[in-house]
Design a protein around this ligand. Sequence first.
Ligand code: SAM
Ligand code: SF4
Length: 330
Amino acid sequence: MSNPGKSFLVDTFGRPIDYVRIAVTSRCNLRCSYCMSEVHEDHSQGDSVLSKQELLAIIEVLVSLGITKIRFTGGEPLLRNDIVELVLEAKHAGIRTVTLTTNGLLLDRFFPALVDAGLDAINFSIDTLDRELYHTITRRDEYGRVRDNLDRLLESSAIPVKLNVVLMRDINCDDIPRFVALTRDYAVTVRFMELQPFDDNQIWRTGKFMGADKIQELLKNSYPDIQTIRGHATQYFSYTLPGHKGSVAIIPAYTRNFCGECNKIRLTSDGKIISCLYEKEGLMLLPLLRSNAGREAIAGLFRKAVMKKPVDGKHAARDSVRTSMSEIGG
Ligand code: SAM
Ligand code: SF4
């Protein structure tokens, strides 16, 4: 879509910013133990949540700032009944790539409409393929529906699919072969991810952390003929097995520092712009929006957030983040 007034966002360290992750809610229908407490304090209630109209006004401004990619996340983004319209309108506004991260529980309700709306790709989070363990990790007995939705998604091959699997020591490492087996028949990327220090309970401090080197060792020992393929962006380790349609990636989200190639900022469901995953306080966009401040003021706040991006946020904040990923927009 042509836009004569278009500018591009570049931070003070010369990194172009073209990607925004938008948490459309901080509510969730699961309670993954590494993410939320059972009683999760929900910071996006009622009026404090960005409405569809507000989100669309923001997205139009983002297009004018040169943003080309948006990921809708949360909390659980499919808890918003207007999620399909958000995808559709974001595409219409000119966002080239619109993706979604979901726990998949409600995917049967939305998937065909999301594809029709132009969704480009989906990340499906599932940490185990064992019913009981799923219940233990998520604190909800929903494996049946989630697994059915995963199977349908894999069979559909309508859009690219990545599985997000957070690996935890002594919890779900025995699942590795089950996930790798999925890559034999389906062109799916299974991403084994390191636990990160963002959760209400700080589970990551309890010895459950599995580093990328350990995951790599497990994979190479179990699959001697595994082949390294080129990864991109955060997927520093990517592999495939002979004859498999899909691939396996290891995301060293904690042990490696990706700050140098960071191209994104985040927006929380209560309208805060977060310039860095490790930032503790964002810039409040909501009051500006609700005072009818206009497009240029909104654009100005995004520019300010980009200029706030630290060169190495992770190093500065190490070990001290206690906000659940569901609030930040994981
Ligand atoms: N509810 C959706 C889902 O689970 O896909 C979207 C939001 S969730 C916060 C996004 C991703 O963050 C999920 O893949 C989840 O596994 C991951 N995540 C949450 N807390 C994490 C943590 N402490 N360490 C690593 N990944 C985490
Ligand atoms: Fe919900 Fe996603 Fe957090 Fe699990 S990881 S509790 S599904 S927001």
